[in-house]
Design a protein around this ligand. Structure first.
Ligand code: SF4
Length: 495
């Protein structure tokens, strides 16, 4: 029997944890980065639309820095891309090179001073840096910096920017200085860096976070960098290729040049990008993530079939896997939950009465679809379980006579240190409870997760090419003890 499977006969146990309907019971993405180099064009608007497409990667703040010769124009604020920028602001950001960022805070608190791009002065002029990922040696690198006193934020991104500035101020040119600084960084970093003489795109030696290169009008002088291909599509740029792990590309008036700066690059793309974080229309490994997510749904159906009347997905990210599950199992796919598409993040807290009356911010059940039905509900992940339990209750209240939950990822047992906010280990429901126990807590008739082998084989790539540490604790980049202790609360300390 699949160890990730549980069938529950009686439902007695009570869940202790409660939460606000606003609390997001999902891992949170770190950031989206974007850059354009297009001599002769004003590129702020292109950057705005690029960030707009990458909004799912971070909703706390947004920023754009443009280079107009040696002058840098910067605007960054708390809020969504559409709230931070308008026509008037974009018109005040002239220039042919832009670096853009949309942020969810994984290092440093959520304050405007921590918003990106980070713009700092160097001997050779200003640099603007946008970062996606998390360093694991931030504290040590901070200590080493001669420019420690100049740090004004609490982010690892600013530490990288100052590490580059130090190398440049010590006499190196931009590229050499940047490479020396990258070699001092450990962890996950996909960077877009603007300088007065060109733009750089960089990935860490493991390529944990994605970064792609596109061309504008297939013109070898005009390039775009983006966290995902959906950032290229929105502005009509053509996908050229990925920035490779341990590679830096330099884009300037002579075109694009590539340098491998790491001695030991390896592919360890975050598998959660494929399962959940990245947009389904983004392309990774030469196919849309929609296709991958359908395939893991099919695998899930093979691994944990259960007889039912309908299969539904949790909008939006559970839907491709639910369709795959339906296709494989032959059980009819239906829409059972409707998402309010205009709910972004709200900062207004509901009253206690609203909470008690079951305020449904995001998902509303379709009673006539669910009533009297045995329902399989497919979700992409369970982190703390609080939202899943509410969803199950919603389905039962709407008349479902059986609720079977299927999860298109394995149990999340370990926290992420590479730029995804998955809480400390003790808050991850699967770190302390068996699948049977979770099923009881969620009050489902049965619960099954995708196996790790199923998740990796469905990529149709070498299964070693991915980080899947949050499912197995096998971290591809070693984590300093002090950092480990901050999140790996359940692991034994070394003696
Ligand atoms: S630990 Fe998990 S979320 Fe973090 S990079 Fe690895 S697979 Fe992605």
């Amino acid at each position: 029997m699949n160890p990730n499977y549980s069938s529950v006969e009686s439902i007695k146990d009570k869940v202790v944890a409660e939460e606000s309907p606003h609390t997001v019971d999902k891992p949170e993405e770190a950031c989206g980065v974007f850059g354009v180099y297009a001599p002769g064009e004003n590129v702020a608007k292109l950057t705005y639309f690029g960030l707009y497409a990458l909004q799912h990667r971070g909703q706390e703040s947004a920023g754009i820095a443009t280079f107009d010769g040696d002058t840098v124009h910067l605007h960054k604020e708390m809020g969504l891309v559409s709230q931070v920028f308008n026509e008037t602001i974009l018109n005040k950001l002239p220039g042919y090179l832009a670096v853009g960022h949309t942020r969810y805070s994984t290092t440093g608190s959520s304050r405007v001073v921590n918003a990106q791009p980070a713009v700092i002065d160097t001997r050779l002029g200003k640099l603007a840096l946008a970062h996606n990922g998390n360093l694991v040696n931030t504290a040590a690198l901070r200590e080493e910096l001669l420019y420690q006193h100049k740090l004004v934020t609490t982010t690892d991104s600013e530490v990288i920017a100052f590490a580059i500035a130090e190398e440049v101020d010590a006499g190196k040119e931009w590229l050499d200085g940047a490479i020396s600084a990258f070699r001092r960084c450990q962890g996950a970093f996909s960077l877009v860096i603007g300088t007065p003489v060109g733009m750089m795109g960089v990935r860490d030696p493991n390529g944990i976070r994605p970064l792609v290169i596109g061309t504008l009008d297939s013109d070898p002088q005009r390039y775009v960098l983006a966290s995902e291909t959906c950032g290229l599509d929105i502005i009509g740029a053509s996908y050229l290729r990925d920035v490779e792990p341990g590679e830096v590309v330099l884009i300037n008036e002579t075109g694009l040049s590539s340098f491998q700066w790491s001695q030991q690059p390896q592919r360890k793309l975050c598998i959660f990008e494929m399962i959940y974080f990245a947009r389904p229309d983004s392309v990774m490994n030469a196919e849309s993530l929609y296709s991958y997510r359908m395939r893991i749904g099919r695998t899930l159906a093979k691994e944990s079939y259960v007889d039912a009347d309908i299969v539904i997905g949790v909008p939006d990210s559970g839907i491709p896997a639910a369709i795959g599950f339906s296709q494989e199992s032959g059980i009819t796919y239906a829409e059972g939950l409707i998402k309010n598409r205009y709910v972004g993040r709200t900062f207004i807290q509901p009253t206690q009465t609203m909470r008690e009356s079951g305020l449904r911010m995001k998902l509303n059940p379709l009673k006539d679809v669910l009533e009297g039905k045995r329902v399989i509900i497919v979700d992409d992940s369970i982190v703390r379980g609080t939202t899943s339990r509410k969803l199950v209750k919603t389905l039962r209240d709407a008349g479902a006579i059986e609720v079977h939950m299927r999860v298109s990822s394995p149990p999340v047992t370990h926290p992420c240190f590479y730029g995804i906010d998955t809480d400390t280990q003790d808050q991850l429901i699967a770190a302390t409870k068996s699948v049977d126990e979770i099923a009881k807590l969620l009050e489902v008739d049965s619960l099954a997760y995708l196996s790790q082998a199923g998740m990796l084989q469905a990529t149709q790539q070498d299964t070693n090419n991915f980080c899947s540490a949050c499912f197995n604790g096998d971290y591809p980049i070693s984590i300093p003890e002090q950092v480990k202790r901050s999140k790996l609360i359940l692991e034994p300390s070394p003696v």
